[in-house]
Design a protein around this ligand. Structure first.
Ligand code: FPP
Length: 230
């Protein structure tokens, strides 16, 4: 019997890049650059973990367009460079890359890079790395409901929504947010229903495999009741 606190789907809100850079007298963009390297480390950790099947990172929210234009442009460029550099890493660690969110607002070049990376890694089976890009939980649920209506559904069940989401893999087991902020910020609202939460004070560029390991050990010792009693 599968234990209820087996960790299959881990989600991370990567927060604190700007503060990390500011503390060092660096530009905010440097914090994002360092943050991208941490995504790689955490992904390789997850690919070596015996039970994790999916890791989802919140890389760009539907609200992040409000940032200064130059920072948004930098993040777009960084994403393109990251995916280009990452391809051999995905292949080496047998990781499948998938993006969720509304990609239509991105440049054609970036959209192509995302689709190509998804295509080239689609047969990898060790781990799914999901990047949430121009993603919003409310938008995802609303889009799903509208699609079901367009298909002619008049009564919509929870199962219909779960299956219609862009992230039908599984519910989230553990959600970690770094930098001391304790918010969901419109991330995976539906899929987080029964997740365990962990808020770390570490700024994302300083987050590492050792801390993740400690958090996972803490998670494993928690009792998950899913609304019932134990
Ligand atoms: C929050 O830091 C971080 C983000 C805007 C999203 C995460 C982005 C990255 C890790 C870098 C790029 C990602 C990829 C996939 C290449 P913040 O700027 O809000 O930090 P602050 O709250 O300290 O200002």
């Amino acid at each position: 019997m599968v234990s209820s606190n087996m960790l299959k789907h881990l989600a991370l809100i990567m927060d604190g890049n700007g503060r990390w850079a500011k503390e060092r007298g660096l530009k905010r963009t440097k914090g994002h650059e360092e943050g991208a390297n941490v995504i790689r480390d955490i992904t390789t950790y997850c690919s070596n973990h015996p039970t994790i099947e999916t890791v989802t990172f919140y890389a760009f929210s539907t609200e992040n367009w409000k940032r200064p234009k130059l920072e948004v442009e930098f993040l777009m460029k960084l994403l393109d460079t990251y995916l280009k550099k990452e391809l051999p890493v995905y292949q080496k660690y047998n990781v499948r890359f998938q993006a969720i969110g509304d990609m239509s607002a991105f440049s054609k070049t970036l959209q192509k890079r995302i689709l190509q990376t998804e295509e080239l890694t689609k047969n990898n089976t060790n781990l799914i790395q999901v990047l949430a890009l121009n993603y919003g939980g409310r938008l995802e649920i609303t889009t799903t409901v509208n699609q079901l209506i367009a298909q002619g559904k008049t009564t919509i069940s929870e199962d219909d929504i779960s299956r219609g989401l862009q992230t039908p893999y599984s519910d989230i087991d553990l959600m970690i947010r770094t930098s001391g902020e304790e918010r969901i910020s419109n991330f995976l609202l539906w899929q987080l229903s029964y997740a365990e939460f962990y808020f770390s004070h570490t700024l994302w560029p300083d987050f590492n495999k050792d801390e993740l390991d400690t958090i996972i050990r803490d998670y494993t010792n928690r009792t998950r009741r899913f609304g019932g009693v134990k």
